[in-house]
Design a protein around this ligand. Structure first.
Ligand code: G3H
Ligand code: 13P
Ligand code: ZN
Length: 320
């Protein structure tokens, strides 16, 4: 058993309390490799933002769980070396079993999500409660979820969404003891959220209804990529074949961040930014074959994207 505290990581409790009060949200960026981790940390150091490094079960399979843990530990030292000891949370994204959450807690994660959103209300409560009881023994914070987000990625998928029912949140939070709650109010996973012409809408009315039932309780938004149209155009310009799609407008996310939403998950926009930068190098410099020559620009593009999100969408700059 390794405590996250030995690794220099923090859990999400104080960060969320401050974010709810301050009207901003902590960025939760997914990572699978070194360049993503470097971009996340350098962007957050430069903007002096706390950050949640998120690892999905797909990321664990891809990159190896032990390596990712050591990278997060390295991230703490890297941030200091870059000049700011920003608070860093290592979080399991979309944990689906008690065993997976337990294993992450035992290897130094400071926060886990148990996603029982596809289960019945009572089953979701039972599973979430089980994880909370274990996690809290080690001061690890737990995110639960009520309501189902649409969208498809490697390890997360649902055909259509079901909005969170405000009438259920109070009982869920009380009976599970969770530290934060992910809700479904119109966001969805992946890069293909809405077709052009559709009107994406975060249901702020449902959010406010939920806030009334659990005042000040930390709320999480998944599926919050905005699918930047200039990046989609760049990818397709350099030979990509992405279908037209739009994401969640950033001004809507900013409004949500000003309320009790204190964690916003962004993964797909980073995937797009990396892909656009790599495609550009491949087309403009087809003679290059040193991975640093295309992963370097990809890392730069990611860093710019993350800084933009922190400053203009989440409002978490200068909140370390
Ligand atoms: O919400 C899911 C995250 O974007 C992680 O995606 O399961 O493909 O790693 P993944
Ligand atoms: P996006 O696919 O919109 O980036 O959402 C990521 C997410 O919710 C990770 O849990
Ligand atoms: Zn998610």
């Amino acid at each position: 058993m390794i405590s996250f505290k030995e690794l220099g990581l923090v859990n999400s409790r104080d960060l969320f309390a401050k974010a709810v009060k301050g009207g901003y949200a902590i960025p939760a960026f997914n990572f699978n490799n070194m360049e993503q981790m470097q971009a996340i940390i350098s962007a957050c150091v430069e903007t002096k933002s706390p950050v949640i490094l998120q690892v999905s079960s797909g990321a664990r399979k891809y990159a190896n769980q032990t390596l990712l843990r050591y990278m997060a530990q390295g991230a703490v030292e890297y941030a200091k070396e870059l000049g700011a000891n920003i608070p860093i949370v290592l979080h399991l994204d979309h944990g689906d079993t008690f065993e997976l959450c337990k294993s992450c807690i035992e290897m130094g994660f400071s926060s886990v999500m148990i996603d029982g959103s596809h289960l019945s209300f009572d089953e979701n409560i039972r599973l979430t409660r089980e994880v909370v009881e274990f996690a809290h023994k080690y001061d690890v914070t737990v995110e639960g979820e009520l309501g189902v987000l649409a969208g498809v990625e490697d390890d997360v998928s649902a055909q259509s969404h079901t909005y969170t029912q405000p009438g259920e949140v109070e009982e869920f939070v009380k009976r599970t003891g969770v530290d934060s709650l992910a809700i479904s109010i119109g966001t969805s996973h992946g890069a293909f959220k809405f077709k052009p012409g559709q009107k994406p809408e975060i249901r702020l009315d449902i959010l406010h209804e939920i806030e009334k039932r659990i005042p000040g309780f930390p709320i999480v938004l998944h599926g919050s990529s905005s699918v930047p149209q200039d990046i989609v155009a760049q990818i397709n310009h350099y030979g990509g074949k992405l279908k037209d799609s739009i994401g969640i407008p950033e001004d809507q996310l900013r409004k949500a961040a000003a309320s009790a939403v204190c964690k916003i998950n962004i993964d797909s926009d980073g995937r797009l930014a990396m892909t656009g930068a790599i495609r550009k190098v491949f087309v403009e410099k087809p003679e290059e074959f040193d991975p640093r020559k295309y992963l370097g620009p990809a890392r730069d593009a990611l860093k710019e994207l993350y800084k933009h999100k922190v400053v203009n969408v989440l409002g978490s700059d200068n909140k370390m």
